[in-house]
Design a protein around this ligand. Structure first.
Ligand code: NAP
Length: 378
């Protein structure tokens, strides 16, 4: 029997996969998009090489990882009947981590997040009816809380159907939670809602640069258009992955929904920029909150442009609500149950920013070693 994990080639999903492979004995059924079996293996290796060396990865691949080459948006993930049957028969729990984070595309969020999650729920139902399903874990987001301002949001107060959402991503993720609760009423479920997941507290290396780019840009500005005491709820990916793996594997987690966030201990802009300025031996920036409106206007305008400027500012546009809403997500449930807390961003932000800048915001992936080509993919 195996855990069916979606999104293993993504940033958080790879951390979850590595955590499960290193700390537990379960097999993993992973859904990977690829044109052929070897491409699927190579894509998984790219995602996992931040965590495992090749011999270790290859050993897991041969013994505990079963790759199902498919797409969330296809019926039965695009798998043939035999393969889909094998997936149903060997899956005894689900961690659904894949999603479209393309906040600008309603179509992509609709297809991947809504149709895709429905397809994962259907798989869960088949497994439940065939031999029982131990747990369905869904990686959601704090963005399901919709438009907020100056709040500490608890898990139970987050979903409010009368409230507007920031974008199609938040709206579709909100409905995913609802759909799973409605369609799997008697299956043990866990909803995980990470806040801004940025960097690994254990090392500077990362494969995810979109939000780091926004940070590096802001960190370089002498004047910041924010209120210095506003808080930013940033959480380290190793905490998020550890919480997902631990609570998914636990027989009876205390709650069905967890904010994976820094909560009330989130740091303010002032704390973050002071720490960075000290680490870089530079002057702290000046805060001019009155510039927030013109800054937002500029970001909105430039983000519609083509080319590099348009792309970079569209990343900032995605990030902007999180910078301006001064809202944090209570994490008492997860910190109490795990007995540990996220690492404050100021403690690991400098190495992360330096690594990203020195490597021009790209990760130097290792190729698949030629001598080992030919592993098998189910
Ligand atoms: N990153 C954050 O700050 C953050 C914060 C809160 C919540 N979350 C949630 O965390 C989860 C993971 O996010 P992430 O940052 O790790 O995103 P990511 O790096 O973009 O990974 C997304 C994953 O979903 C897979 N995927 C997308 N469309 C698919 C499809 N049609 N069929 C099969 N797989 C598909 C991707 O596969 P490919 O490799 O083939 O593209 C990839 O493995 C998401 O549910 C997201 O909502 C993230």
């Amino acid at each position: 029997m195996a855990i069916f994990l979606t999104g293993a080639t993504g940033y958080i999903g790879a951390h979850v996969a590595a955590n499960l492979l290193e700390n537990y004995k379960d097999s993993l059924n992973v859904l990977v998009r690829a044109a052929d079996p070897h491409e699927a293996e190579v894509r998984l290796w790219r995602a996992l090489q931040l965590h495992l060396d090749f011999p270790r990865f290859h050993n897991h691949l041969n013994t505990r990882i079963h790759i199902f080459r498919g797409d969330l948006t296809g019926a039965q993930f695009g798998l043939g009947d035999d393969e889909y049957g094998r997936l149903v028969e060997t899956t005894d729990s689900v961690i659904h981590c894949a999603a479209s984070l393309n906040r600008k595309s309603e179509k992509s969020c609709l297809n991947v997040n809504l149709r895709g999650t429905l397809e994962v729920v259907r798989l869960a139902m088949h497994a439940r009816d065939h031999h029982g399903l131990r747990r369905f874990s869904h990686v959601s987001t704090v963005a399901v809380a919709g438009k907020r301002s100056n709040e500490v949001v608890s898990e139970d107060a987050a979903i409010d159907w009368e409230r507007s959402d920031y974008d199609p991503y938040a709206r579709t993720k909100k409905f995913c939670e609802h759909m799973i609760r409605q369609l799997l009423p008697d299956t043990p479920k866990t909803m995980f809602r990470p806040s801004i997941v940025l960097g690994d507290s254990r090392h500077a290396e990362t494969t995810q640069f979109d939000m780091v780019k926004a940070f590096v840009f802001l960190a370089g500005l002498p004047v910041l258009p924010f209120r210095p005491e506003d808080k930013l709820d940033i959480v380290n990916v190793d905490f998020v992955a550890d919480a997902i793996a631990t609570l998914h594997q636990k027989e009876r987690p205390a709650f069905d929904t967890y904010h994976l966030s820094s909560g009330r201990e989130s740091q303010s802009f002032r704390e973050l920029t002071d720490a960075l300025a000290a680490a870089r031996g530079k002057r702290r920036p000046v805060f001019v909150p009155g510039l927030a409106r013109p800054f937002s206007w500029l970001v909105n305008t430039l983000s519609n442009r083509r080319g590099a400027v348009g792309y970079e500012t569209s990343l900032m546009k995605v990030f902007l609500p999180y910078l301006l809403w001064n809202t944090v997500f209570d994490n008492t449930r997860v910190t109490t149950e795990l007995g540990r807390k996220p690492v404050p961003f100021s403690q690991y932000s400098y190495p992360l920013l330096e690594f990203s800048r020195e490597n021009q915001f790209s990760y130097k992936y290792q190729d698949w070693p030629t001598a080992s080509v030919g592993g098998s993919a189910a």
